[in-house]
Structure formats: structure tokens, C-alpha cells
Design a protein around this ligand. Structure first.
Ligand code: ADP
Ligand code: ZN
Ligand code: ZN
Length: 816
């Protein structure tokens, strides 16, 4: 008897046993994928984690359908790491597997497949099976895998589909919405019919009487001989001193072909400027301190103020690891930042930089997956957001977690709810690799670990090139309103500073941590505020569309003309968001161009880049945005940053509110004054004396840390306690209430530690489901593993109670 143990890409904690033939038994290796039947009639892509001869006792092992790989595509370290994630973050191993793999590698019977309309298909090149699938897709826009099984009349079809995806003929339906693809650059090449020498002489013959066209063709040959990289239309026109009309004529004549490439995917073959990177004395000192700390410690924190040149230090460190032949992983909190960084890194490392993130399409992701797996030159450095952590590194030497304090490193939904920084440290451990955490405003937890010497600590307190830290000015809103020195939401001070900056041709960033026009529409007669029908939140007013929208579920209605409660027409808006700031700016500064960056303006694959590039290219003078602005963007012409209202961040009901407000304000401020000139920051607030605001104004990270750490200890929060948050959801309010109480009581009786709840969160209903939370605080000195086991047991008994079965419980370990 021969068996394999597999993980299925489903929310199941167990692994499953399937039977294989003896030949298969000897062929299959851990980390290969198999197509296996599961349930009544479904097929999934399973991952082999063991090969053995132990017959399962509880069920008859089914036979596998097919082996999908010739060699493992997942490494044993990955499997071990994923198992750690499942166990630490209390989720199913199937959830981790599903979240880790590009979906094109996880075909299943329900996967929807469509034809890629932009690819020309040469039918004569298709195999019989491929042809049948292709034909079927001429009649239907999409097919499910199990329908294809019926069409081909065989079970083993995953390889056929995979091939067709690789050939760009098919795509997964989920990607069909991918609507943006700017950043495409038009390139030229000689038509393939001129590839041979004979073709060339024919070509020159054709052009005998067309001198201008011939010039371009000659210029093309010269360029392609000297540059050895794709040639843009622009480049060719410049080189030949010609016009694009003539190039077009050549394309029409089928002498040239044009094609589009996404800019960041173009192979880089230009000269690298490695030798030009000169660290300053301060940077060099930090560089050496980091290397020294790595002699003894696995993890080091680089705490360097904004614009201290941390990226250059990373580059220098990366260089060392590449020399040793190691792979490097560079994690960023936000995929939108990759474009900027890729450019900077390619300048030094050329083609060795690969990018991986969830907005890439499947082909791109599979490509990077394979490059990493094969330790290909092209993926020596992988830049990505948190999911890049799951790639099949075989030889990882170094991980950088840039902006380590960012909460986007923590996945919220769905499971696995992992923290990429912490999971990266564990991954590094498996590889015996080093980790560098970088931030101008480290998280309290990380700084605590550094101060207690668990991590190394290297600090830089000055900016690169001796640029001064920005000058931060506080404006007291209470006073300004009282003295009638406000226009809309702008104080006279802010208006003057904007005027001054813009008149010097400098750019301005305005930060408002809310999107929309103004959050609320309120009835002046009865005080009624329109609510979402499905969620416990007020609707947000979006002037641009004249709509009220729910930011939680997307529900929207047209802006009402009268109050739904008392019919009064006296409605007013309350509070303000980015859209309103933008409107006010248009009135206050009619001659300036204003851009806006928030969730509403950055939808789509490249939405974010479009705005960043636009701002960098000085297409607008003033950029209004939400916290997206706070994430390590490097602008060279911004001399003023305005924070419209510091208070709504401070008063979030969250133990991290002050820490986050501090980080956010410091980071946004850091965008100001990156050239020789000292930048300015204006913070408008009703609470100029608030400790956190004072700490920001005096650039006092240490003070913030000390105060927050004290609070964390008193109120039992990280780093002194680990937090596990349970979220219970159900449509039936009473059942949920009862279930939450039951669970809370069992937990508080059985756990020798603080258990809080069951709490009604600030927003207690989303998409018609009611919500209750329970928080468990595990003290530093008790066993986390043991506690989690106890919690799991209690959750199992909870599930066993019939009337609670409909309640969904999600677990968030190290809740952020
Ligand atoms: P941080 O990431 O610490 O905020 P950056 O790495 O973005 O800072 O550096 C700030 C600016 O200083 C960037 O424009 C960068 O190109 C420049 N810079 C930093 N170090 C150097 C260096 N050694 N040589 C040249 N320019 C540098
Ligand atoms: Zn009313
Ligand atoms: Zn809603």
C-alpha cells in the first residue's frame, strides 16, 4: 500500500491521505502538486507534504487523478514555514497554502477560464485537446474546469489548461476585471520576415528609393547593435533625426512591427551604476554597525529619521549578500511603492530585481515563482508586499522589511491573518538569513525588542546631505475659529504658507485622513443622519457623484433632498474629507492645479502610480490625500506639508491610536523639505497641547515611546501582553449575543489571564451581520502555545453546540 499526505487549498486544518501506485510512490516528491478528487465531484490541486505507507484509519483513501509537476515547486522550508504560520496564527494549513500560491497554480474544478482576447491564436499550433477547449470558448465566454473535463472527456486536464495559460491563450476569469494597463511603452522591432540575411537584402532593395525610410532602418541597426535592448519609437526617431510619421509608414509597410511592454517588466540591460554609490560618513557608520550586529543577532532595527538615506544603506547591504550568492527579499508595506523602488534598485542591480505582488496577473506571478524556485539570476532580489514571503526561496540570505511599523504588513482578512514582519523573521530563521527592519518611526513592539537587545539597534538622527528636519508649526483651530481666521477648513497661516510655496514653484501636500466630501449628512431639524441599511455606520457624502455611500459595504443612495425621518429640507454636511478639501482649494487657489490621492482616486492596477507620477512630474502643485501619503514616498520638490486636522486620528478607540497618530504625522511631515531647503509642516489641531502632538512637533520619538510603553504596561497591551481577538458574526442578533456570552464565560473560567468582552465593537453590524468581539490577553510569562491549544479546544466545544453552529468565529492573533 502506498500513500501520499497532501494539503488541500481549502479552509481545512487537516491534511489528507490519498493512495498512489507503486510507480507513483517512487516518483512523487514532497512539494509536488497533484490533482485529486475531493467531496462528491470536485477536483483540487493538492500539495504533497509526505509520502508514506500508513493506511488512514478513518476513511478509505481515494486515488489521485494525476501528478502535475515533474519536480517539486514548493520547498520543504516553505512547507515548514506555512505550518508555523497555521499554528501560530491559529488558522487552517489549507488557508495558508491557498493564500501562498498564485491561483494559476491552484486550478480546481470551479475555476472559471476565459480566452485572452488580446492574444492571436494560431489554431494550427494547438494540440487536439487545446483546439477543443479553444473552440468551446468561441461559443461561450467562460468555462468551468469541470465543464472542460466533460468537453475533453477525460479527468486529467489541468496540464492542458496550465499550458494554455502559459501560452497566454487562456486566463483565469478572476483576472478579467484587470482594466488598467498604462505604463505601457511602445517598442519597435524589425518584422520577422527580415530575420534572415536574404530578407535583409530584400529590405534594402525595397527601400532603394525611399531615403528617409532607409535612414531610419539604418539607425535602427546601429541602435540595436550598440544598445542590445528594446528600442522605443522615441529613441529611434531621435537617433535618426526623423519623424514618427515616417516610422508609422514603415510599420504600415510591415517593415517594422510595434509592440507594447509594461515598463517595469522590461529586461534591464543598461549599465548599472553600482560603482557610483557613495555612502556618507553617517550612512557608512550605520552600515558597519548593522553588519556588526549581524555577527551576533539575527534581526537588526535601523531607526533612521525620514530621508536619512536608509534605502542606500539597504542597497549596500544587498550588494554583500549578492556577492555571497544569496537571494534577497525586500518587503514593502504597499505595492504602490514598488515602482519607485524598482527603478532605484535596477539602477544598481540591473536585471537581478524581480517584483512580486498580488496585483500582478497570474502569468507574471507564476513567472517570478519559477525564477525564485530555480534561483534564476533574474530573481536574486525580490521586491514585494507581504505575499512575497511565500515564494520558494532556496537560498535566502537577507530580508529587508522597510517601514516595518506599517499596519498593512498585518493581513486582516481572510486567514491567514499573519504579520509579514514577524513571519519574515521566522522565515529567516529557517534559512539562517538575516533580517533588517527599517523605519523612521518604529512600532513600539520592535523598538522594545531592540531596546531589550533581542534585536540589534542602529540609529540615524540626521538626514542625508545634512538637510534639516522640517520645521513643524502648530495651529490652534479653536483659537482660529474664534478669531474668524478660517476660510473653510484652512487657517490663515496655512493659506499664507501654501501661497508662498506655490509662488516659488514648490509643491504642497495636504493630509486629511478621510476620503469623500464630508462624512455626514445631518438634518438640522431633527438631527437624523442617514445610515447604511446593512451596516451600523453613517453614510458618507460624495459630492462628485452626489451620493451617500457606505465605506464598509459599498451600499449607495442618491443624496436625499429631504430628511427621511422628519421630511425637513434643512440638511447640512458635517465633518470633512479629502474631496471637500480639494473643492475648497479650487476656490482658494484658482491658479493652482490640485490632485487628490485616496481610495476613490487610486482604484485599478496602476491608479496609485498615475497620481504619484503625475505629482512627481509636477502636473499639479497641491496634492490632497489620506494616509496613503504617509508611506515612504520620495518627492524632491515638496516644501510644505499641511495636516488639516490632527484630532480625528488621536481619538480612535484603539490602544495604538497615539502611536499611529505619531507615526502618521511624522511620516507625512517627512515628505517635506527633501532638497537643500528646510521644509515646513503646519499641523492644524484643536489640541495643540496634547502629548502626542507635542512629541510630533519636537520630533521626539523617544518621548512618544516612553509614554506609550508605560500605558501599554498599565493597560496590559503589547509588548507586555499578546492579544488574541476573536470576532463572532451572525445575522441573528439574539443568538449571537447568547453565543458570545457562552464563549466568553468558558474562556474566562478556563484561562488564567485577562479575557475581555463580549464587546460590541464601534461598528457592530456589517453587511447585515452582527458582530461581537472577545479579547484575550496573554501575559509574557505564560506559554503561548499552551494557551492557544486551550483556546482551540474551547472553540471546538463551541462549534459542537448546535445552536451556535451558525456563528462564524475568526481568530486574529497579535491583532493590530
Ligand atoms: P529614507 O528612506 O531614509 O527616508 P532615502 O533613502 O529615500 O531616505 O534617501 C533620501 C534622499 O537622499 C533620496 O533622494 C536619496 O536618493 C538621497 N540619498 C541618500 N543617500 C544617498 C547617497 N549615499 N548618495 C546619493 N544620494 C543619496
Ligand atoms: Zn429630520
Ligand atoms: Zn454598509
Amino acid at each position: 500500500m502506498h500513500f501520499v499526505e497532501v494539503i488541500l487549498p481549502l479552509s481545512l486544518a487537516k491534511t489528507f491521505t490519498y493512495s498512489v501506485s507503486e510507480a507513483e510512490y517512487h516518483y512523487i516528491k514532497k512539494g509536488m502538486r497533484l490533482a485529486v478528487p475531493f467531496g462528491k465531484s470536485k477536483i483540487y490541486t493538492a500539495l504533497v507534504i509526505d509520502i508514506h505507507q500508513n493506511k488512514p484509519t478513518l476513511y478509505d483513501a481515494k486515488e489521485i487523478h494525476q501528478i502535475l509537476d515533474e519536480k517539486p515547486i514548493v520547498t520543504e522550508i516553505q512547507i515548514a514555514h506555512w505550518q508555523w504560520i497555521a499554528s501560530y496564527y491559529m488558522c487552517a494549513i489549507g488557508d495558508v497554502y491557498r493564500g501562498a500560491m498564485p491561483s494559476a497554480l491552484l486550478l480546481e474544478s470551479e475555476t472559471l477560464i476565459s480566452q485572452k482576447t488580446t492574444t492571436f491564436v494560431d489554431e494550427s499550433q494547438l494540440t487536439d485537446d487545446e483546439y477543443l477547449v479553444f473552440q468551446a470558448l468561441q461559443l461561450q465566454s467562460s468555462l468551468k474546469i469541470h465543464e472542460i473535463i466533460a468537453i475533453l472527456n477525460k479527468k486529467n486536464i489541468f496540464p492542458v489548461i496550465q499550458k494554455m495559460i502559459d501560452k497566454n491563450i487562456l486566463v483565469l476569469q478572476e483576472e478579467m476585471q484587470e482594466s488598467y494597463k498604462p505604463k505601457l511603452v511602445r517598442y519597435l522591432k524589425l518584422h520577422s520576415k527580415y530575420d534572415s540575411n536574404q530578407g535583409l537584402s530584400e529590405l534594402l532593395e525595397t527601400l532603394k528609393n525611399a531615403n528617409k525610410q532607409k535612414e531610419i532602418v539604418m539607425a535602427y541597426f546601429q541602435l540595436s547593435a550598440s544598445e542590445k535592448k528594446p528600442i522605443t519609437v522615441k529613441k529611434l526617431v531621435d537617433a535618426a533625426g526623423s519623424t514618427s510619421a515616417i516610422v508609422k509608414a514603415l510599420i504600415d509597410k510591415e517593415i517594422f512591427e510595434d509592440y507594447l511592454l509594461q515598463e517595469d517588466r522590461v529586461n534591464f540591460t543598461g549599465k548599472t551604476k553600482e560603482e557610483q554609490l557613495q555612502l556618507s560618513v553617517v550612512q557608512n557608520k550605520a552600515f558597519e554597525e548593522i553588519n556588526n550586529s549581524f555577527i551576533e543577532k539575527e534581526v537588526c532595527l535601523l531607526h533612521g529619521v525620514t530621508s536619512s538615506g536608509k534605502t542606500e544603506i539597504y542597497i549596500k547591504l544587498i550588494e554583500g549578500y549578492l556577492h555571497e550568492g544569496k537571494q534577497v527579499l525586500y518587503l514593502l508595506p504597499e505595492i504602490a511603492l514598488t515602482t519607485q523602488l524598482v527603478g532605484r534598485l535596477r539602477a544598481y542591480f540591473g536585471n537581478k530585481v524581480a517584483v512580486f505582488h498580488s496585483k500582478y496577473n497570474n502569468n507574471e506571478r507564476v513567472e517570478v515563482w519559477n525564477q525564485v524556485l530555480n534561483n534564476s539570476v533574474k530573481a536574486q532580489i525580490v521586491i514585494g508586499a507581504r505575499s512575497a514571503l511565500f515564494l520558494p526561496f532556496g537560498n535566502l540570505g537577507f530580508i529587508i522589511v522597510d517601514e516595518e511599523h506599517e499596519q498593512t504588513f498585518k493581513q486582516v482578512d481572510p486567514a491567514p491573518r499573519y504579520h509579514a514582519r514577524d513571519a519574515a523573521i521566522v522565515l529567516a530563521n529557517f534559512h539562517k538569513a538575516k533580517v533588517l527592519l527599517g523605519s523612521a518611526t518604529p512600532s513600539i513592539e520592535t523598538y522594545f525588542n531592540a531596546k531589550s537587545e533581542k534585536y540589534g539597534l542602529v540609529e540615524i538622527t540626521e538626514r542625508y546631505g545634512k538637510v534639516m528636519m522640517p520645521d513643524i508649526k502648530l495651529v490652534d483651530l479653536k483659537d482660529k475659529y474664534f478669531r474668524k481666521q478660517m476660510k473653510g477648513h484652512f487657517s490663515d497661516v496655512l493659506i499664507d504658507e501654501i501661497t508662498a510655496a506655490v509662488s516659488l514653484g514648490e509643491q504642497v501636500i495636504l493630509f486629511q485622513n478621510r476620503r469623500g466630501y464630508s462624512p455626514l449628512l445631518e438634518c438640522m431639524t431633527c438631527g437624523h443622519v442617514p445610515q447604511c441599511q446593512q451596516c451600523d455606520v453613517s453614510l458618507t457624502y460624495h459630492k462628485h457623484r452626489n451620493q451617500l455611500r457606505c465605506h464598509y459595504c459599498g451600499y449607495s443612495i442618491a443624496k436625499p433632498t429631504h430628511c427621511h425621518s422628519c421630511s425637513s429640507v434643512d440638511l447640512t454636511t458635517k465633518g470633512f474629507g479629502t474631496e471637500q478639501i480639494q473643492q475648497e482649494l479650487v476656490t482658494l487657489f484658482p491658479d493652482s492645479k490640485v490632485g487628490r490621492m485616496d481610495q476613490d482616486t487610486t482604484r485599478g492596477k496602476y491608479g496609485f502610480e498615475k497620481i504619484i507620477d503625475g505629482f512627481k512630474n509636477r502636473e499639479f502643485d497641491i496634492l490632497v490625500g489620506t494616509q496613503m501619503l504617509a508611506k515612504g514616498l520620495d518627492f524632491d520638490n515638496v516644501s510644505l506639508v499641511g495636516i488639516m486636522n490632527a484630532d480625528n486620528m488621536l481619538y480612535h478607540p484603539d490602544f495604538r491610536a497615539f502611536e499611529r497618530s505619531f507615526q502618521m504625522m511624522m511620516q507625512v511631515s517627512g515628505r517635506s523639505g527633501r532638497s537643500e531647503k528646510q521644509g515646513k509642516v503646519i499641523i492644524q489641531t484643536y489640541n495643540p497641547d496634547h502629548n502626542t502632538i507635542q512629541q510630533v512637533a519636537s520630533n521626539n520619538y523617544a518621548g512618544m515611546y516612553k509614554e506609550q510603553l508605560y500605558d501599554r504596561q498599565i493597560y496590559k497591551y503589547p509588548p507586555y501582553f499578546r492579544i488574541i481577538k476573536l470576532t463572532l458574526k451572525q445575522r441573528d442578533f439574539d443568538k449571537l449575543k447568547e453565543g458570545a456570552m457562552w464563549l466568553y464565560q468558558v474562556m474566562s473560567q478556563n484561562l488564567d489571564m485577562p479575557v475581555l468582552g463580549p464587546e460590541e465593537p464601534g461598528i457592530n453590524r456589517i453587511r447585515n451581520e452582527y458582530i461581537r468581539t472577545i479579547i484575550i490577553k496573554i501575559p509574557q510569562n505564560s506559554s503561548i502555545g499552551g494557551t492557544k491549544k486551550t483556546i482551540q479546544k474551547m472553540l471546538n466545544s463551541f462549534d459542537a453546540v448546535a445552536q451556535f453552529r451558525a456563528i462564524r468565529v475568526s481568530i486574529n492573533v497579535d491583532f493590530y
